[in-house]
Write a protein of this length. Structure first.
Ligand SMILES: [Zn+2]
Length: 215
């Protein structure tokens, strides 16, 4: 999960308070949420318009533009009515408060942890719990979905780790290095998939020069 900035204005179709899945809502959510589910940071499952705060029949919450988020079916079914950190709130730093550990083998568990500084923060703990369920599954059926997600996860992360290897291998070859760096820049941009995990590697191993590509 990474912080994103909502820029789009509320679509007119919401005023009628009949359908929150209208075309305009979907298009604008895709733009603001950079075409990926805000929870798993991929587009591997079908798209859902998620109510960040459960509306429980409350019309205002049900059609409130600021309460509509782009999630996937897999994550939406796990989060349900749980309150989690708000990636659109700049006061809640979802990249800082959570540690996103990558894996290198399909049988490994993806371990999402709370940053020690936030170990008593209820929302951070609840978010960590949801993310662990999303990436690893907590019921048999969710394990099947999580396993498919993990295959995508590994493909994406192994590609990124390959770039990092080349970055280290070619560190004295300026021409090659600048090409590799530009590919790494794309992967660290918030529009890439699983950005939080990629940035975690950069932070953990202290690649200071590459941190300028966090935006
Ligand atoms: Zn998702």
């Amino acid at each position: 999960m990474i912080n994103i900035t909502r820029k789009e204005k509320a679509p007119d179709c919401l005023k009628k308070q009949t359908n929150y899945n209208c075309e305009d809502v979907l298009e604008k959510l895709e733009k603001d949420f950079l075409g990926k589910c805000y929870i798993c940071e991929t587009n591997q499952f079908s798209t859902n318009v998620e109510h960040f705060k459960a509306h429980k029949g409350n019309k205002k919450l049900k059609f409130d533009w600021e309460n509509l988020y782009l999630a996937c079916n897999h994550c939406n079914n796990i989060k349900l009515t749980t309150d989690i950190l708000d990636c659109t709130n700049p006061k809640q730093n979802v990249e800082e408060q959570i540690i996103y550990n990558s894996i290198s083998e399909i049988k490994e568990k993806i371990k999402i942890k709370v940053n020690e500084l936030y170990k008593n923060d209820k929302l951070t703990l609840q978010t960590v719990d949801i993310l662990n369920k999303v990436y690893n599954g907590h019921t048999k059926i969710k394990e099947i979905d999580a396993n498919n997600l993990k295959i995508y996860f590994l493909e994406e992360m192994l590609y990124f780790q390959g770039l990092m290897l080349k970055y280290n291998k070619e560190k004295f070859n300026e021409k090659k290095l600048s090409k590799i760096e530009s590919k790494i820049e794309d992967e660290l941009h918030k529009g890439s998939k699983l950005t939080a995990f990629k940035r975690q590697i950069i932070k953990k191993y202290n690649y200071k020069k590459l941190q300028k590509y966090f935006d």
